[in-house]
Design a protein around this ligand. Structure first.
Ligand code: CO8
Length: 258
């Protein structure tokens, strides 16, 4: 499918979704959000796609919600816009395939919220992160008040949310917002390399890891541990579990089917 505001490519079972509205630094207007939603349909339904990378074209990953679109909104219009964006970001967490962000530049407001909805983040050296909403007289609406304190500690999150200050890739690494900072020109290669490693693992194991972490972190510890038991029990019904353990015992590489 062709998209107007993003580029969708599939290479070696990995979808590369490049947000591509560079004249507005990939700001998330309705059209770009609709394209992203359709791209996620592809990622979810195409059995040939095992994982996805979201990145941005030009100097931005995503510079936020589209300020020119929302500047004149009334409360009801802002609710519709936020609900749509939140549904899409929630889908990134719900799709049972690994989805990472390769943050190439500005990831501000909705851009930081988009990368936080992904499973994990790599940053280029030039990436800039922040939740500058207070500077506009609003608070984050695409998940920032909830996902940021779940990823970094609550005090660090509040300092960033209250001050609206931007941080560099190095600071993002220090606070645990990203797992790796890459040389700018190597960002995509490094993202593809880790995704290639990840998708070589059995699909059911990846799926259950994602479900266990995402659902478990929103529930009480003992319920979450029960969920972990249910999911690992299910692993024992998979031929790939039999193959993985047999291969270990036979001292040879596993040949996974999924
Ligand atoms: N929305 C719309 N247009 C944008 C945005 C944006 N978020 N960011 C940049 N642009 C546009 C600029 O207006 C400019 O357009 P033009 O060339 O027509 O004037 C073009 O992109 C290039 O931008 P700059 O000239 O500003 O580029 P610089 O390199 O000088 O600066 C910055 C880059 C620092 C990223 C700067 O553009 C900036 O600060 N952008 C805004 C960042 C921001 O505040 N983002 C948060 C938005 S709010 C949000 O995401 C909350 C979501 C939930 C709320 C929903 C409520 C309904």
């Amino acid at each position: 499918m062709a998209y107007e505001n993003l580029i969708f490519e599939v290479e070696e079972k990995i979808a590369l979704i490049t947000m591509n509205r560079p004249k507005a630094l990939n700001a998330l207007n309705d059209d770009l959000l609709k394209d992203l939603n359709s791209a996620l349909d592809d990622v979810e339904s195409n059995a040939g796609i095992k994982g996805a990378i979201i990145t941005g074209a030009g100097k931005a990953f995503v510079a936020g919600a589209d300020i020119s679109q929302m500047a004149s909104y009334d409360p009801e219009q802002s609710r519709v816009y936020m609900t749509f964006a939140q549904k899409i970001f929630n889908r990134i967490e719900a799709i049972e395939k690994p989805i990472m962000a390769a943050v190439n530049g500005f990831a501000l407001g909705g851009g930081n919220e988009l990368c936080m909805a992904c499973d994990f983040r790599y940053a280029g050296e030039k990436a800039i992160f922040g939740q500058p909403e207070v500077n506009l007289g609003i608070i984050p609406g695409f998940g920032g008040t909830q996902r940021l304190p779940r990823l970094v500690n609550s005090g660090v999150a509040k300092e960033l949310l209250y001050s609206g200050r931007n941080i560099t890739a190095e600071e993002a690494l220090r606070i645990g917002l990203v797992s790796k900072v890459c040389p700018q020109d190597e960002l995509l290669n490094e993202a593809k390399a880790i995704m290639k490693t990840i998708i070589s693992k059995p699909a059911h194991a990846l799926r259950y890891c994602k479900v266990a972490v995402n659902r478990g972190s929103d529930s009480d510890l003992y319920k979450a541990l029960e969920l972990e038991i249910d999911l690992i029990s299910l692993c024992f019904s998979s031929p790939d579990q039999k193959e993985g353990m047999k291969a270990f015992l036979e001292k040879r590489p596993a040949q996974f089917k999924s």
